[in-house]
Design a binder for this molecule. Structure first.
Ligand SMILES: C[S@@+](CC[C@H](N)C(=O)[O-])C[C@H]1O[C@@H](n2cnc3c(N)ncnc32)[C@H](O)[C@@H]1O
Length: 223
């Protein structure tokens, strides 16, 4: 992948945490989702279960994995886990062959994570860690419900696994994610991503443009 050093920083008309964030998160938390699961994601879920082949150990999810560079890297770091990369873009996943690692404990699948997360919760998967790297930020104030933590999908995201690593070049996204997660009994720590080995093409692009990248790690809050 060619380094592009001209990526623009996120521009938002929001000055701080969105004033409707807490109310939105609570509303979704208390409402059962009626959204039907799409047929193609149901099929993808069955394909993943086939690939897991009765696996009883830990699973790591890399949601919105794009070309799956991070999925391959994570798999190499967790040889005792099965690592699953998910993205809805066939075009991005089609480029995965350029990013393959020698690890045989991972695979990437095309799926809409809105539906996939629900199916994985229903299937009571044992997810050890969940990566969500550089999700689309939807930075306009009016777009808050498109951000993962402001959407109905947050309920399943929170039910899947308490240990979530989210990365973004927009610090406010992570601050809002952390605040939303407190409503599910999770605490979070935010740190700057070190320069060096970018984990994904988006991270590479942002760092090459001189932007700061941030990482939030959540976990169960202590009483
Ligand atoms: C900004 S890109 C980041 C890709 C990759 N993680 C990286 O850092 O290079 C966001 C990705 O989220 C994926 N995405 C957005 N909504 C999705 C959904 N509902 N289900 C699955 N993937 C989704 C897009 O297709 C895109 O590849």
């Amino acid at each position: 992948m060619v380094c592009q050093g001209n990526s623009r920083t996120v521009k938002s008309n929001q000055e701080g945490i969105h004033h409707k964030l807490d109310a939105l998160v609570m509303r979704y938390k208390q409402t059962e989702s009626k959204r039907p699961v799409s047929e193609h994601t149901r099929e993808a879920f069955l394909a993943v279960e086939d690939w897991l082949d009765g696996w009883q150990g830990d699973i790591i999810l890399d949601s919105c994995c794009g070309v799956g560079q991070s999925t391959a890297t994570i798999a190499a770091g967790y040889p005792d886990c099965k690592v699953i990369g998910l993205d809805k873009s066939a075009m991005r996943l089609g480029k995965h062959s350029h990013y393959q690692s020698g690890a045989d404990n991972y695979a990437v699948f095309r799926a809409d994570v809105n539906d996939f997360w629900r199916l994985a919760v229903q299937g009571q998967w044992s997810v050890k860690k969940h990566y969500l790297l550089y999700p689309n930020p939807y930075p306009k104030s009016s777009q808050i419900q498109k951000r993962w933590y402001g959407s109905a999908a947050m309920v399943d995201l929170m039910a899947l696994c308490p240990v979530i690593e989210v990365r973004s070049n927009w610090l406010l996204y992570l601050q809002e994610f952390a605040q939303a997660a407190t409503h599910y009994g999770l605490s979070g720590e935010i740190e700057k991503v070190a320069k060096g080995q970018p984990m994904t093409p988006f991270e590479r692009k942002y760092l090459a443009s001189g932007q700061a990248c941030w990482k939030l790690t959540t976990g169960k809050a202590k009483d």
